[in-house]
Design a protein around this ligand. Sequence first.
Ligand code: 0A1
Ligand code: ZN
Length: 890
Amino acid sequence: MRTDTPQAIYRKDYTPPSYWVNTVEMGFDLDPDLTRVATRMTLSRNIGSRGKSLVLYGESLELVQLRMNGKEVGKRGYTLGNGVLEIFNVPAEVTLDIETALRPNQNTSLMGLYTSNGNFFTQCEAEGFRKITFFPDRPDVMATYKVMLRADKDKYPVLLSNGNLIEEGDLGDGRHYAVWEDPFKKPSYLFALVAGQLVCQEETYKLQSGREVLLQVWVEEGNLDKTQHAMDSLKNSIRWDEERFGLELDLDRFMIVAVGDFNMGAMENKGLNIFNTKFVLANPRIATDADYAGIESVVGHEYFHNWTGNRVTCRDWFQLSLKEGLTVFRDQEFSADLIGTDSGRAVKRIEDVRVLRQAQFPEDAGPMAHPVRPDSYVEINNFYTVTIYEKGSEVVRMYQTLLGRDGFRKGMDLYFQRHDGQAVTCDDFRAAMADAGGRDLSQFELWYSQAGTPRVKVETRYDEVAQSYMITLTQSCPPTPGQPNKLPFHIPVAVGLLDSGGRDMPLVLDSVEGGDDRSVAPTTMVLELTEPSQTFHFRNVREEPVPSVLRNFSAPVILDIEYTDAQLAFLMANDSDAFNRWEAGQRLAMRRMLALTEAVKNGEALDRNADENALGAAFRATLTDNALDPAFCELALTLPSESVVAEQMDVVHPQAIHQVRRFLRRALASALRFQWEVAYQSNRTPGAYSPDPVSAGKRGLKNLALSYIVELDDGDAHKLAQSQYDNANNMTDRIAALSALVNSNAPGKDAALASFYEDFKQEALVVDKWFSLQAMARHTDVAAVRELMNHPAFSLRNPNRARSLIFSFCNGNPAQFHAPDGSGYEFWADQVIALNTINPQVAARLARSLDRWRKYAPELQDRMRAALQRVAATKSLSKDVHEVISKSLA
Ligand code: 0A1
Ligand code: ZN
């Protein structure tokens, strides 16, 4: 908490530390009310730092003792204030002994050392280690750690930290100890400890080299029947990193621990990953297909950090995307490779791009827009964003598109060859890619320094006489906070040309020497757009083609291209690029949704019996094409979400969008009812549940069909949903049926909701689903959400629970949240203010829900501004919330 105005820190101000830390030895006397930590560290002065003081950071700590080379440092030897301990006259080589005291039970921020359900956990990224001891808590300071944990043996039988267990034993008095040593140098943000009543599933696993490692998944007793999928995902991750990148696990022991109170998804602490239970626990009874997929990718993500993040780490937090963008790219590729089929890869790609568009494009167009490598921040916790993660991953993917898979692998090899054991920058990564590929990637730097989503406009011209086809690409990028003008980016644009039969044409670029002589011309080419505008000439084009542009979404841009409805339907049916087939359908749907939304805004009635339009015909074709992969069909038959439609509008009318989306869904439901029924029946997955991609794809399409059918809200539809609810043998089918019931007027919906709670009230993750489903349901208004907050199972303190109800409502139920009377915004402000004192990080995330307020109709804007101002005027606002709110209002 603060009273002054928080200050921004700037990337340009980076200076190396005045002292390096070589070794750290820590002793913990774990007690939930008052834990004591004794830390001994050896430090060496950095060259050029003579005369400089030693700066250590510490927060919410009591300094019990401070000794330098064995001697107590007197009051005149240091200053302590505002979270900084500055020590003067420190010799070039020095041993510091620091004793601190802290209160884990009172730590509701979930940063540093805290308790969850009676057990101890830590979270040190980004700046949590300073809540444990005074330390140069910055990622470029890397040291080896030896840690002794002491605690009551009955209450805390399990004592874990990073690295290898080297000793354990009894202390008498019912206490015991364990000593852990991590052989690798690491930054303090990768430190971790866990202590408590936990049990594990363990396995020895043989690496490709033949070396055996111990793998453990630690959970609370009673959850051991939910660890198999995480363990399988871990083994798959280890194998994949060996095969795809030649990277081996460097430890003899690798542990995953699940905790129910966690701010984020998971954390890559060296050898001791700590996970939100949401990304560990699964069995068919409690977890959906999406949960299984989420666990696989998060387990992969954290494991892959061992090389991209831990072995090579970030010089400073401005470089966060160096590890996050790269590691997201790696986890995306991992999941895609595990599916294995071309169509499965495309489905994964579409899902990832959907996230980017739904969450990152709005961020890039709003008041919190920042470059992949930010220039400044007030609170680093606010920069764990979709821009750093998802756009960062797209930037890494573009290297692979430009250099090819093999070239990218060479770049990765060179990156590790140069930087293993170092703390480096995004420029170092780019240099490795450029040098390995023998390419000039200097212009590519703009992807790191410029915020905003570029737009690429496509114009084409066919010359029948010359048999030539021209594609002109013109790029622009809108202003973002602090960046009024942008330079042109280096954009890889993958294109193909379809002939009238829907087949790919061979591509011969005019500028390519000897293009005619190639035995096989490619059918997809990556055009490199580097100028504001460029024209590419294709030769030997026998007929006017339909262009397929930005195949596989080769760059994170918005493509402005004019297609007729007929061309979109043609692409949807024929494009060899599955991503663009999906994209064509989405364009068709978006066009119709925007037109209808205009109509609603103008007070026109929506005619249910309108002739079947191009969209209906395209949906019918997709739904009845038995050759298509069900998982792809599900994506192709899902209309753009309300928030994605909102992004396309200058002035957003949430209720109009909602009304249109529902109208279209009903129209498609009734026009294609028979086909939905067929899809429902033919995609059943009888027998034992398996989360594999083929079965999950079928369930996805079947449950999408159910949701369309239930839009019709008649007795047969209700019966279908009710029977699926009653007979489901897995959570995917059960929750889909419950959602269908709750969003309808089915007679059994209240009973189903109640029985669901009764059946699953012991399973926290399922209770989260129960809250979340209601929060996002059509009929749930602000008053109903406030009522749900009074439910005994609700708590603001548990981030998963807060997210399941409050975030789900504010972000996932736009038509209700944006109630014209502003009651949604008042609710939002109440919760941001309440969370601010409990957990600033979670509060700041919720604070983001209003950051696009300037896009709404003036009456709504006024109400949103008032709510924002109320939060801004709150006393003791955390840095986290203050930064988000002040940027929103700026
Ligand atoms: N490095 C983690 C993300 C993470 C960041 C901050 C946390 O605590 C506030 C926790 C996790 C990852 O990328 O998985
Ligand atoms: Zn990460």
